[in-house]
Write a protein that binds this ligand. Sequence first.
Ligand code: ADP
Ligand code: MG
Length: 723
Amino acid sequence: MNPQNDLRRLPVKSLHGIGRVKESAYARLGIYSVYDLLYFFPRAYENRGNITLLRDYTPDVKNAVILTVATEPKVSLIRKGMSILKFNAFDDSGMCSITYFNQDYLKDKFHVGSTFRFWGKTEQKNGRYFMNSPAAEPYSENISLPPFVSVYRLTEGLSGKQISDNINSALSLAAEYLPDPLPPEIREENGLCTLHFALRQIHFPNGQEELAAAKKRLIFEEFFVFSLGMSLNIRNITADTDAPPCADTDITPLTSLLPYSLTDAQIRAIDSIASDMSKSRPMGRIVVGDVGCGKTVCAAAAMYIAVKNGRQAALMAPTEILANQHYNDLYPIFEKLNIRCALLTGSTTASQKNKIYSSLCSSDPLERTDIVIGTHALISDKVEFFAPGLIVTDEQHRFGVGQRAALSRKNNHSHMLVMSATPIPRSLALILYGDLDMSKIDTMPPGRQTVDTFLVDESYRARLDAFIRKQADAGSQVYIVCPAVEEKEAEDDEIALSEISLQSSFNYGSAPKKPPLKAAVKYASELQNRLKGYKIAFVHGKMSAKEKDGIMKSFAAGDIQILVSTTVIEVGVNVPNASLMIVENAERFGLSQLHQLRGRVGRGQKKSYCILVCGTKSKNELGENALRRLETMCRCHDGYQIAQEDLKLRGPGDFLANSGNDNIRQSGSVCFRIADMCRDTELLTRAFSCAKKFFASDPTLMSAPGLKLETESMFSLNSDIIS
Ligand code: ADP
Ligand code: MG
């Protein structure tokens, strides 16, 4: 066997004691090779090292006691199919009655006079102690039992003991055939133990300290390798490519057409963009800023600069509604500047599409489309630019690293600009956008107000209707967001995806039952019955793009007073006359998503409100976690603070989720075995900066073949995010 990759290929079956049955049990756990087994880390550890006397037991938690068997185990049948095995055992402080159910074979294990370390919950009645099905390990003075016992995720046909035994044999192979990928100087610099020590201690810790050292090393390595992979990938994309330098960066012709003046933060962002674009090194910049801070105009400025310098630009948005809106907002301005703009989405007709394709690659500047705005349709192979210059992706987190990479690889002679409204916590930003320079827009355009937010339950329904009336009568418009379209119906596009991420990642806390979902279609017709004479419409992802666009346009024009919708309106939609946002079944949404929804109102002069309606009869039925989340929304108006809170309460799944129609799995694609980017932020920062330095000194990873292999294999595992 030659070292390096071989344990990855060596099937678990080759270990002593694993036959066909166990092999398939391991397969159920996703373990195929010896290497997989070595990296199948315990999900918890039992601290059996604190031996107590029976007398000193702690109630309700498991205790470790050392007892000697006093009576022969007796088996009795208590009813059909249920037998019980019982015996007594003692220590210096008392006598304990021990019971096992349906494990008659244990009879031969507990001989009178033999001693065991028992681990289980202890109870006491009338001076006697009881333990129910405790774990038992033979004990003698001369062998020391490990203080920590690993707990593994189990499956039928595999016990924890068997897994431990198999891992033990895998570890002896590892000692011989698994080289440490981390170069010694990196280990020294960061105070990390060797791989072998780490693997042994993670499975069979000698103590708390050794376990901590093992974890530190393994977590560091994952982040380190991840960061190297990012750098490798970026190098592959941008290696030896350059982008057209755009020397003329005067944007006054554009800004003079705007009805407002730019904020300082916008000016700063645009200055950085202009300076990036004036160079031949491709720009890779992300503009982040809370909902409504005015990122679109930064994108417009960048596109204007590209076109001014004889190049073309593309703007990709995650939904058709948003693409349409950008087009409708930007088209009139660019038209005044004699810039030709086209809209390309999934529902553009085939003949229109063909026209756009050919005008994009036309060599005739009078024919050529300068700016194309669209959805994923822009990734199509048929989209080719005659003079590519700039690619902008809006609401980036919705696309995932993979789609961004796909788009920029296709256009590898372009500058790249990304805009994100999701306030991403720093650690996640490093992971998702580690390769991008960042501009933050940290101030809002003047005159923005905070949106007063309230949490109500069903008992407020009548008052809520009255409030809707009042707003509509005052000439304002109302959004009502429901989580589903028609009852019991699954959806097929971006909503379906957000539903999936809602349902799978949502933690209901102690809420007993999911409250029924409000369905947009039914809801709209019921509301119309209650609010006769008001102009109510609904929009959802199952409608054709044309229908959706029609409704959004008439809502923007003020022809619709109340718009019932699913989360299609979550990102980007901009109707300043809307002053009330009602979210039904608010407990179904992530905080950041609610923040996005709330950002749809408070965009104009009008005092605006957001009302979160919970699906339960009373707020108190929500469960503690859900209640806390929703109360956070009422209290907190800062996107970053909300994002942090959301991260704490729900984990990172939501930030990584994206609505790329074709790939739901992407949502979980940044998955680490042991590292946790929310918890291990300090190690993350250290590993990332260390990896950057390492990469700079050895961009092909030539000096560390083991590291190269790890990197490649991590990214072929996660190929959907990176290639
Ligand atoms: P987001 O950052 O969420 O994409 P938008 O770019 O959609 O925000 O901007 C939200 C609204 O703010 C739009 O109506 C836009 O016209 C307006 N806006 C942007 N910048 C300014 C500014 N400097 N002053 C006033 N209004 C602005
Ligand atoms: Mg936007």
